[in-house]
Ligand binder design. Structure first.
Ligand SMILES: [Zn+2]
Length: 134
Protein backbone atom coordinates (compact mmCIF):
# COMPACT_ATOMS: atom_id res chain seq x y z
CA UNK A 1 0.00 0.00 0.00
CA UNK A 2 1.62 3.23 -1.09
CA UNK A 3 -1.36 5.54 -1.16
CA UNK A 4 -0.10 9.14 -0.96
CA UNK A 5 -0.80 10.84 2.35
CA UNK A 6 -3.79 13.18 2.47
CA UNK A 7 -1.59 15.88 4.04
CA UNK A 8 0.10 16.30 0.64
CA UNK A 9 3.60 15.59 1.95
CA UNK A 10 4.26 13.43 -1.08
CA UNK A 11 5.02 10.49 1.22
CA UNK A 12 2.92 7.33 1.56
CA UNK A 13 0.19 7.50 4.21
CA UNK A 14 1.65 4.41 5.92
CA UNK A 15 4.89 6.21 6.78
CA UNK A 16 3.46 9.74 7.13
CA UNK A 17 0.26 10.46 9.06
CA UNK A 18 -1.03 6.92 9.62
CA UNK A 19 1.28 6.13 12.57
CA UNK A 20 0.31 9.49 14.05
CA UNK A 21 -3.41 8.74 13.58
CA UNK A 22 -2.88 5.37 15.25
CA UNK A 23 -1.15 7.00 18.22
CA UNK A 24 2.11 5.16 17.53
CA UNK A 25 4.26 8.27 17.52
CA UNK A 26 4.10 11.61 19.29
CA UNK A 27 4.24 14.24 16.60
CA UNK A 28 5.89 17.65 16.69
CA UNK A 29 3.50 20.61 16.40
CA UNK A 30 4.07 20.71 12.62
CA UNK A 31 3.46 16.99 12.23
CA UNK A 32 0.38 17.21 14.42
CA UNK A 33 -0.86 19.97 12.12
CA UNK A 34 -0.22 17.73 9.10
CA UNK A 35 -1.99 14.79 10.75
CA UNK A 36 -5.00 16.94 11.61
CA UNK A 37 -5.23 18.17 8.04
CA UNK A 38 -5.04 14.58 6.79
CA UNK A 39 -7.72 13.59 9.33
CA UNK A 40 -10.04 16.29 7.97
CA UNK A 41 -9.38 15.02 4.45
CA UNK A 42 -10.16 11.45 5.55
CA UNK A 43 -13.21 12.60 7.56
CA UNK A 44 -11.59 11.14 10.69
CA UNK A 45 -13.63 13.36 13.00
CA UNK A 46 -12.67 11.33 16.07
CA UNK A 47 -8.97 12.12 15.57
CA UNK A 48 -9.68 15.81 15.00
CA UNK A 49 -11.62 15.95 18.28
CA UNK A 50 -8.98 13.92 20.15
CA UNK A 51 -6.24 16.35 19.23
CA UNK A 52 -7.88 19.58 20.26
CA UNK A 53 -8.46 21.31 23.54
CA UNK A 54 -10.44 24.50 23.09
CA UNK A 55 -10.14 27.20 25.71
CA UNK A 56 -12.64 27.59 27.33
CA UNK A 57 -13.70 23.92 26.99
CA UNK A 58 -16.95 23.11 25.17
CA UNK A 59 -19.89 21.79 27.13
CA UNK A 60 -21.61 18.56 25.99
CA UNK A 61 -24.10 20.34 23.75
CA UNK A 62 -21.44 22.51 22.14
CA UNK A 63 -19.28 19.44 21.59
CA UNK A 64 -22.15 17.60 19.87
CA UNK A 65 -22.79 20.59 17.61
CA UNK A 66 -19.10 20.88 16.88
CA UNK A 67 -18.88 17.18 15.96
CA UNK A 68 -21.83 17.60 13.58
CA UNK A 69 -20.42 20.68 11.88
CA UNK A 70 -17.00 19.00 11.57
CA UNK A 71 -18.58 16.05 9.79
CA UNK A 72 -20.45 18.37 7.47
CA UNK A 73 -17.29 20.40 6.80
CA UNK A 74 -15.30 17.24 5.96
CA UNK A 75 -17.99 15.98 3.61
CA UNK A 76 -18.48 19.24 1.72
CA UNK A 77 -14.79 20.08 1.31
CA UNK A 78 -11.99 18.90 -0.97
CA UNK A 79 -8.60 19.13 0.71
CA UNK A 80 -6.29 20.04 -2.15
CA UNK A 81 -3.11 21.22 -0.47
CA UNK A 82 -1.27 22.06 2.72
CA UNK A 83 1.77 24.27 3.04
CA UNK A 84 3.48 24.71 6.41
CA UNK A 85 4.85 28.24 6.50
CA UNK A 86 6.37 28.43 9.98
CA UNK A 87 6.63 26.63 13.31
CA UNK A 88 7.60 28.75 16.31
CA UNK A 89 8.07 27.75 19.95
CA UNK A 90 6.68 30.27 22.41
CA UNK A 91 8.00 28.31 25.39
CA UNK A 92 8.39 24.65 26.49
CA UNK A 93 4.65 24.06 26.35
CA UNK A 94 3.34 26.35 23.64
CA UNK A 95 4.01 26.52 19.93
CA UNK A 96 2.46 28.07 16.87
CA UNK A 97 2.23 26.67 13.37
CA UNK A 98 1.36 28.91 10.46
CA UNK A 99 -0.02 27.13 7.43
CA UNK A 100 -1.87 27.67 4.21
CA UNK A 101 -4.63 25.19 3.38
CA UNK A 102 -5.98 24.94 -0.15
CA UNK A 103 -9.63 23.94 0.02
CA UNK A 104 -12.56 23.72 -2.32
CA UNK A 105 -15.99 23.86 -0.77
CA UNK A 106 -19.02 23.10 -2.92
CA UNK A 107 -16.92 24.07 -5.91
CA UNK A 108 -15.81 27.40 -4.39
CA UNK A 109 -12.31 28.31 -3.29
CA UNK A 110 -12.21 28.23 0.52
CA UNK A 111 -8.44 28.39 1.00
CA UNK A 112 -7.06 30.16 4.03
CA UNK A 113 -3.93 30.89 6.04
CA UNK A 114 -3.97 30.35 9.79
CA UNK A 115 -1.57 30.75 12.70
CA UNK A 116 -2.56 27.96 15.10
CA UNK A 117 -1.76 27.69 18.78
CA UNK A 118 -0.73 24.28 20.13
CA UNK A 119 -0.02 23.36 23.76
CA UNK A 120 1.74 20.38 25.28
CA UNK A 121 -0.67 18.37 27.42
CA UNK A 122 0.48 15.17 29.13
CA UNK A 123 3.41 14.96 26.74
CA UNK A 124 1.29 15.38 23.61
CA UNK A 125 0.71 18.47 21.53
CA UNK A 126 -2.93 19.49 21.10
CA UNK A 127 -4.57 22.21 19.04
CA UNK A 128 -6.09 25.10 21.00
CA UNK A 129 -7.23 27.76 18.54
CA UNK A 130 -6.38 30.06 15.70
CA UNK A 131 -4.41 33.17 16.69
CA UNK A 132 -4.65 36.56 15.03
CA UNK A 133 -2.12 36.88 12.20
CA UNK A 134 1.14 38.54 13.18
ZN1 LIG B 1 0.80 13.01 6.11
Amino acid sequence: MSEPCACHSGRPYTTCCQPVHLGKIRPSPTNLMRSRYAAYALANVRYVLQTEQPNPPRNAKEQANHRRSLKQFCQSTQFLGLEILEEARLDDKQATVTFHATLLQNGQDASFTERSLFVLRNGRWVYVSALPEK
